[in-house]
Design a protein around this ligand. Structure first.
Ligand SMILES: [Zn+2]
Length: 107
């Protein structure tokens, strides 16, 4: 595993998420429409945006934690059972703290 390229990937993902969160913030900052029908749609959209916001914030926290593990030399190791996380799983979700087995048992 190439530690530097993993770090680059994680940084890139975090930047992209921050950019997206910034856009969400801007959208949420728009004043509510006067027309009640349009306002209802807007409120609904805002709810979706807030969900995306929460998801993005959680993802950034997971990326930060992964970067920390990278520094400590425990990256790629499941935080729960200490087993090595599969290559394909790490390639798909580079910031995952769990091996596939532990991730399944959490669902
Ligand atoms: Zn595990």
């Amino acid at each position: 595993m190439d530690k530097l390229s993993v770090r680059d990937d994680l940084h890139r993902m975090r930047e992209e998420l921050r950019r997206r969160l910034g856009a969400i913030d801007a959208d949420l900052g728009v004043a509510l429409e006067k027309d009640s029908e349009e306002r209802a749609i807007q409120v609904e959209n805002d709810e979706v945006l807030r969900e995306m916001q929460t998801e993005g914030i959680n993802q950034i926290a997971a990326i930060d934690a992964a970067l920390e593990r990278l520094e400590r030399g425990t990256y790629g190791q499941c935080v729960k059972c200490k087993a090595a996380i599969g290559r394909h799983r790490l390639a798909a979700v580079p910031y995952t703290p769990f091996c596939i087995e532990c991730a399944k048992s959490l669902d």
